[in-house]
Design a protein around this ligand. Structure first.
Ligand code: SAH
Length: 413
């Protein structure tokens, strides 16, 4: 395929028939119920081989139209659904309406004190496998399926026309990078439209300034999904000594400092992450509470560090490890690890201290995670009170089971 050629053009020129699929009865009812994924092993019949990004039409047992979706021959999620119900023309107007809907869902959520948030959260906003984050005047478009690559120009044009950013940066999940380069001439981190980038972007989250490395950083450069938990931490921090384990660039730490924490200790394995945290503190040095808080940094494996007998106790311990279950087979081990981590965290808490334990593993359900942390607290033999549990922030909606990855539980011990 020629890099810029769109699937529609390709079909028109070569007169290939529409890609038509028939699926198992079980998959049919799953799709009808609104689940956005059709797995390869649920496809019973297919009229021909399909290419990345083609529109696939799914028919039901009675040969009636069931759904349309984006085809990806290289993914076990073979079709990501765009639409279920009556046939619709998926054209520029249709995409434009979808975009308007996602943007409208964020209306009123943020004022000018928050210039970093998520505009589009994939499937949950009707854009399967596509994420759009805002960092000040820069947008980051991250793709998790090759199905978007053939229509990248169209989608980027639509977004630019609607949001007028300074630039749009393209990010690709690791498994797409090779194909994107070979077949579409697109590279992870390239500027799709707008001016080049000199260095990291600075943006605001509830009035605090942060840096994001949108070209090389994890996810799209920052963990925007934790904003609401950081706000809770700010409200809990006054006068406390805080341990921020798996601190990354110090998101929780800055909120705790502004909330009046006496000291904040950032604990992370990565020197790069800790250096970012130091720069973020410097960016907020004009805030008296941030300047007045003692900031300490520990570069260590948090699992090992937390297992050591505590040298000093903290009044607030935040645990936000990376995903501990990358696949279903790792689920049981991850639940044990979350429990172990919570036990260690509690060991480091002074009486009356608060534990904030987070999980971002989609394979571990919220209840399983909460139970593991509660069990750890019960086994510690210390009285505890559950303050709250939290889930997804409103700019990170999760509309189906597999999309619900983020959860946190707050315990006073
Ligand atoms: N809480 C952060 C996000 C955490 S991301 C925020 O709000 O922005 C997970 C972090 O854990 C990364 O910074 C990574 O460097 C760190 N990490 C991964 N494994 C680790 C380990 N074994 N010990 C300490 N830190 C680790």
């Amino acid at each position: 395929m020629r890099p810029q050629m769109r699937t529609g053009e390709l079909q028109a020129r070569t007169k290939v028939p529409r890609l038509r699929l028939r699926v198992t009865a079980a998959a049919e009812s799953v799709l009808r119920s609104g689940h956005p994924w059709l797995f390869a092993d649920s496809i019973r019949e297919q009229n021909r081989a399909g290419q990345a990004g083609e529109l696939a039409v799914v028919y039901d047992r009675k040969d009636r139209f069931l759904a349309t979706g984006l085809y990806d021959p290289d993914s076990p999620i073979r079709v990501r659904l765009l639409h279920v119900g009556k046939p619709q023309a998926i054209d520029r107007n249709w995409w434009s309406e979808r975009l308007t809907r996602a943007l409208a869902a964020r209306q009123g959520l943020f004022d000018e004190q928050t210039t970093g948030f998520r505009w589009i959260n994939g499937e949950n906003d009707g854009w399967p496998g596509l994420v759009l984050d805002r960092y000040d005047r820069t947008l980051v478009l991250k793709l998790y399926t090759a199905a978007w690559l053939p229509r990248l120009e169209e989608i980027a044009g639509l977004i630019a026309g609607s949001l007028h950013p300074e630039r749009i940066v393209l990010r690709l999940s690791r498994n797409l990078q090779e194909l994107a380069r070979r077949q579409f001439g697109k590279a992870d981190g390239e500027i799709l439209t707008g001016s080049p980038l000199a260095g990291p972007i600075t943006f605001l989250e509830r009035g605090l300034a942060f840096e994001a490395d949108v070209v090389r950083g994890q996810k799209t450069g920052f963990f925007l999904d934790q904003r609401e938990n950081r706000r809770q931490v700010e409200a809990l921090a006054r006068g406390r000594d805080v341990l921020n384990a798996f601190s990354f660039s110090g998101g929780f730490s800055l909120y705790a400092a502004r909330g009046g924490a006496r000291s904040v200790t950032d604990l992370d394995l990565s020197a790069h992450a800790l250096a970012g945290a130091k720069r973020n503190i410097a960016l907020n040095a004009t805030n008296a509470a941030v300047a007045g808080c003692r900031h300490e940094f520990v570069q260590a494996d948090a699992f090992v560090w937390l297992k050591q007998p505590p040298g000093r106790r903290f009044d607030l311990v935040i645990l936000d490890p990376p995903s501990l279950a990358k696949r279903e087979s790792e689920r049981a081990g991850a639940i044990r690890a979350y429990g172990g981590l919570a036990s260690s965290g509690i060991e480091h808490l002074a009486p009356g201290g608060v534990l904030v334990a987070c999980s971002c593993s989609a394979h571990v359900a919220a209840d399983e995670f909460f139970e593991a942390v509660r069990r750890a607290a019960a086994e510690a033999g210390r009285a505890f009170q559950e303050l709250r549990t939290t889930g997804h922030a409103p700019d990170h909606p999760a509309t189906f089971r597999e999309a619900k990855y983020l959860k946190a539980i707050y315990l006073r011990v």
